[in-house]
Design a binder for this molecule. Structure first.
Ligand SMILES: [Zn+2]
Ligand SMILES: [Zn+2]
Length: 116
């Protein structure tokens, strides 16, 4: 991530936007509802610095689900980079991961709907 990103994450504007995202989620993890050690995750950096109008880019996650979310995303990227034969060999593993990610996405989507 660029220096600009780090500057932004330490800015007053981000602190306020972060607060808005937390308010929007009811200060709960959008997957499990935990109120402990919450992180605000960027689903997209397309609107960096302009999240006020794009609060749906932000997902509130407890540290456990934040980690799981990143692991799942990294796994998808890793699998997408593999050659087709390797992917077929790892098909079962991929299927399990896609299932896990689909579950997470469904949960996040329903949580976002509730937060609206
Ligand atoms: Zn959670
Ligand atoms: Zn994150």
């Amino acid at each position: 991530m660029s220096l600009k990103y780090h500057e932004y994450i330490n800015s007053q504007e981000w602190q306020e936007v972060r607060k808005l995202a937390l308010q929007r989620s009811g200060s709960k993890c959008q997957i499990c509802g935990s109120k402990n050690s919450l992180d605000v995750h960027h689903n997209s950096y397309d609107n960096l610095g302009n999240e006020r109008e794009n609060l749906e880019d932000l997902v509130v996650l407890c540290s456990e689900h934040h980690q799981l979310y990143h692991e799942a995303l990294a796994e998808v990227e890793r699998l997408a980079d593999q050659r087709l034969e390797e992917r077929l060999l790892g098909g079962l593993l991929m299927f399990q991961f896609i299932l896990r990610i689909a579950q997470i996405l469904v949960l996040v989507k329903s949580a976002l709907k509730l937060a609206k």
